[in-house]
Write a protein that binds this ligand. Structure first.
Ligand code: SF4
Length: 159
């Protein structure tokens, strides 16, 4: 089974109440091999919610207590992001999940890139909090942007 950012499966869990439905992932949804998870909802944040970014650091820094996650109005939502990451890990431990496909650029789910923490639409290299925690626990984590039909079939055990 594959843990997947729920917004990629068409669920309207995004901060703005929208989704990021991904056509390639949807092609195989009938197989029942996906476990959809939204770490920010698991962490107790509402939907819609204010956008948040990691301040001058990465998901790894947040997990080490060196950086915080702040929403655009300046509220510290670090605890919610860490709870969401831990809950996602608990879900991985509760199902036969062998990999994760997460939404790029999210402060929770970003795999290769996140925003720089200044709310000025500038990206930088780094992982979101949940992606960092799963990686730390040796779960192979992929961005939806690197998916190909071949890779997805491999992750699903179809090839
Ligand atoms: S936290 Fe992850 S799953 Fe939830 S809306 Fe953001 S990118 Fe999607």
């Amino acid at each position: 089974m594959i843990l997947i950012s729920s917004c990629l499966l068409g669920l309207k869990t995004r901060y703005d109440g929208e989704d990021n439905a991904h056509s390639l992932l949807m092609k195989y949804i009938h197989l029942g091999q996906y476990v959809p998870v939204c770490p920010e909802q698991l962490g107790g944040l509402s939907t819609p919610r204010l956008p948040a970014e990691i301040t001058d650091g990465s998901g790894e820094d947040v997990l080490m207590g060196k950086r915080t996650v702040i929403n655009i109005e300046g509220r510290d939502v670090t605890a919610e992001f860490i709870k969401g990451a831990n809950d996602a890990k608990q879900i991985v431990n509760s199902f036969p999940i062998t990999s994760a496909i997460l939404k790029e650029r999210s402060p929770s789910c970003g795999v290769h890139q996140i925003y720089n923490g200044e709310f000025n639409a500038t990206l930088k290299k780094g992982k979101g909090v949940t992606a960092a925690l799963l990686k730390e626990h040796h779960i192979p984590v992929h961005s939806e942007e690197e998916l190909t039909d071949e890779l997805l079939k491999k992750l699903l055990g179809l090839s």
